[in-house]
Design a protein around this ligand. Sequence first.
Ligand code: ATP
Length: 516
Amino acid sequence: MATQEETFKKIVAHCKEYGFVFPSSEIYDGLGAVYDYGQNGVELKNNIKRYWWDAMTLLHENIVGIDAAIFMHPTTWKASGHVDAFNDPLIDNRDSKKRYRADVLIEDQIAKYDEKIAKELEKARKRFGESFDEELYKQTNERVREHIEKREALHARYAKAMNDNDLAELKQIILDEEIVCPISGTRNWTDVRQFNLMFQTEMGSTADGAMKIYLRPETAQGIFVNFLNVQKTGRMKVPFGIAQIGKAFRNEIVARQFIFRMREFEQMEMQFFVRPGEELKWFEHWKQFRLRWHKALGLGDEKYRFHDHEKLAHYANAATDIEFLMPFGFKEVEGIHSRTNFDLSQHAKFSGKKIEYFDPELNQSYTPYVIETSIGVDRMFLSVMCSSYEEQQLEGGDTRVVLHLPPVLAPVKACIMPLVKKDGLPEKAREIMNELKFDFKVAYDEKDSIGKRYRRQDAVGTPFCITVDHDTEKDGCVTVRYRDTMEQDRVKIEDLHDIIRKATDPKELYKKIVSE
Ligand code: ATP
């Protein structure tokens, strides 16, 4: 059995080999934590974005979209607090010269305790079988109790240090827990310092007139500064939402785990404006809606969990993450935040404009409160990839690599293949493809044995392979081979459209999301 780490390496290699993700500017040896999406990657990414966009804007008559510029007036970032407070606590190891996020080092340490506890419980479960009582065991087994106590103590200390912004205490925790640098293996740490994550550049051609501007570190502010524009021109009534998909940039200190943490990435954010006092009700609503959106893809309900924030941003009154089980543990894929009226009030203060909503039902004006749902396209992409990748042992000792991508997201929905490259079969196959291509992204392949062609499509996650053979002309049928089961069916050519549509139509998922 491959370890999780080996599996993850294989997924990264697979992404490159099959045209999903390439390191940026690879011919110059790449650029740290920046990646390019290839021919299959861009299709998968677009499908993820479409699934999100439509779930937000089609399913909700009160949610509209915008596409704001990446460059924004620099005061935006003063008002939002990013200039002063968009920092990560960093620490250097003097021996390896490697830089780490102090909070991540400590969170990894907490995860180690969790692993120890889980291992002990697993062992006990095997030993006691059916009669195992986990809660009782946690309370009575000395070793497990010790791990739990240490974990809880560390957790409480860490949460307090983060809340108090106490950098010296963060360092002390690292020393007390005897956390070592994974590279040098030493505990020769510098002090913890704050590091601003925004990229800067200059706008304007003359040295005097140049203005320092930032590459946006989140798309949300483009929505807040357009609140009045959209509300007025769209005649929107609270509660309503504004959705946006776009690039964001963060000078991450520790960029690792492939596309999990990038310096240039893409976000899908929705800000939902509500009456003051109703925000926690809506927070709960959006938590559940977003979880249903994830689960409808069928990647496995057990792979999701909510993780409430240890440290609430000073303006937030509730925040949670939707975490997904990656090969390297449960990790944040989406954040859901109750941001109060902080952003709109700050922009009102810094711009001197009145940013309020007149509520005709209450007959009063107020600054709306905001619930934000914020998901990274790339992290979503990674979670889909990781849960879809499988190396399968087949009967007869054969193996295959298959991507069990949700058909809705698959880059190519069907590949049409003539059994042989002659006897008019290629022409017939192209005829079928030319019919299907108006509705679906389809491919054509006539090279190599049919078995090899199936494998190629399995590796990119194509749900259907359609083979044209010598009987096709006579009976008007083709063989459909299904990616996951490898079973084959003889079907009529005119039924193909329906078969593919049924499996790949996002409408089926949308119905599931709204019906629950
Ligand atoms: P983290 O704690 O992992 O740094 P965050 O809490 O700072 O993430 P948010 O500011 O809440 O993240 O951003 C919302 C979403 O944007 C995240 O859930 C994630 O999916 C995505 N995201 C944030 N930073 C990155 C990054 N560097 N690379 C890829 N995606 C990112």
